[in-house]
Design a protein around this ligand. Structure first.
Ligand SMILES: *[C@@H]1O[C@H](CO)[C@@H](O)[C@H](O)[C@H]1NC(C)=O
Ligand SMILES: *[C@@H]1O[C@H](CO)[C@@H](O)[C@H](O)[C@H]1NC(C)=O
Ligand SMILES: *[C@@H]1O[C@H](CO)[C@@H](O)[C@H](O)[C@H]1NC(C)=O
Length: 382
């Protein structure tokens, strides 16, 4: 138990209220039902600002409401190397921890870095490794692997990874012998860093796209010590550990980036189980590690605070649709947030163009974090 650092769970960061340690083992449909139920429970009786259920339904379906869908400005990137001020990551090597499918932010970041010319290595949660590699091999991801210039993204190597364990000595016997782990080896953080060193020598870019909160559906007030510490371990310390072990093989001038969520600094009911605390720790660590890694290895450390992602998977889940609607209605930019926009921001942040940016939280949320008033509040309509 608690052994999982579910790679795909970065969706957690993007989509409040959506997560379960069981995610990996549930069909999407089952997941949807499961989460919607939990979310409804969690929010049915929350504060006024969050009584989306009753009031906003009415408002959002009123004739005044007109959804403006603007595709991402930078969606169709031409050949980036041809003109202008391109993000050029040619000759750079990136290790992206937390890619387990072709959905979500980890994948989008991998693609953006690949489009900019970086060589891509990924770390995939051990129990998800088989499905991921099989899907890759069978071409299931070919459509989503397509880069702006028409080529398919190449993944130089997929490493099994469980970032909840730093060394082999940390792994409990029941995990070692668990059949979802037994087929793989060298998947603790220290071992993965050693393998990458053996295989490639050095890297330039480290991406952390991992999160897991076994009790995310519980309010903080009901969260157990174990659940809270598990959330911190999988979602915050995992980054400290990765940077600690990869720093010695990172080339000076390199950069790292992680993914966070506004629930760290503003209350988002439903983002529970200590996940809000874990993101707060991640953001604080971003500043401290920026100093330490900056001084020690000239490495920059930043984090992206991403808004709710309008992915296909997310849209299938009713309540998330509402979170996305909430952003449409209340954010400065009334448009869908695309995973690519997070990918592009990550590519900028790890590129030489951001050479003076470190220790920062960069919001990629259509500006929603800046608002102090919900425009669709029924109180304003009176
Ligand atoms: C919300 O909480 C109040 C006070 O605890 C209670 O009286 C009310 O019935 C609850 N409403 C719902 C919808 O659960
Ligand atoms: C497309 O871009 C990638 C990344 O820069 C590069 O590796 C690949 O060779 C390019 N393909 C073509 C056909 O130019
Ligand atoms: C695990 O890592 C060690 C040391 O880097 C290496 O000798 C060994 O071959 C690796 N095992 C596997 C199965 O890759």
């Amino acid at each position: 138990m608690g052994a999982s650092t579910a790679a795909g769970l970065q969706v957690v960061a993007a989509l409040p209220c959506i997560s379960s340690p069981r995610r990996m083992f549930m069909s999407r449909a089952a997941l949807a039902t499961f989460n919607v139920k939990i979310i409804k429970q969690a929010l049915a009786n929350s504060s006024n600002t969050f009584s989306l259920q009753s009031h906003c339904n009415k408002y959002l379906s009123s004739s005044n409401y007109h959804r403006v869908v603007t595709r991402a400005m930078s969606g169709e990137t031409e050949n980036v190397a041809s003109h202008g001020l391109p993000i050029d990551l040619r000759g750079k090597r990136a290790f992206i921890a937390g890619v387990a499918d072709d959905n979500g932010y980890g994948w989008a970041i991998a693609k953006a870095l690949a489009a900019a010319g970086a060589e891509i290595l990924v770390g995939t949660w051990v129990p998800a490794l088989n499905i991921f590699e099989t899907s890759l091999r069978r071409g299931k991801f070919d459509e989503s692997r397509r880069l702006p210039n028409g080529s398919l993204m190449e993944i130089a190597k997929v490493y099994p990874l469980d970032a909840v364990y730093d060394t082999l000595e940390d792994v409990p016997e029941d995990v070692k012998t668990n059949k979802r782990y037994a087929g793989s080896s060298n998947w603790t953080v220290k071992e993965v860093a050693e393998c990458v060193k053996n295989d490639f020598g050095t890297i330039d870019i480290l991406v952390h796209s991992l999160a897991n909160g076994p009790e995310v559906t519980k309010p903080l007030l009901e969260t157990s010590r174990r659940g809270y510490l598990a959330a911190i371990s999988a979602s915050s310390y995992s980054f400290v550990s990765l940077l600690q072990h990869f720093l010695p093989i990172m080339n000076p001038g390199g950069a790292s980036v992680s993914l966070t969520y506004i629930a760290s600094e503003r209350t988002i009911p439903g983002y529970g189980g200590g996940m809000s605390s874990a993101k707060a720790a991640l953001e604080s660590d971003t500043r401290v590690l920026a100093f330490e890694a900056g001084r020690k290895g000239q490495i920059r450390v930043n984090t992206i605070s991403a808004g709710p992602l309008g992915s296909r998977a997310a849209k299938a889940i009713g309540f998330i649709e509402k979170m996305i609607d909430y952003s449409y209605t209340n954010a400065p930019l009334q448009k869908e947030l695309l995973a690519d926009e997070v990918g592009h921001t990550a590519a900028f942040l790890v590129s030489p163009l951001a050479s003076a940016v470190t220790g920062s939280i960069i919001y990629v949320d259509n500006g929603l974090n800046t608002m102090g008033l919900a425009l669709d509040s029924p109180t304003l309509a009176a």
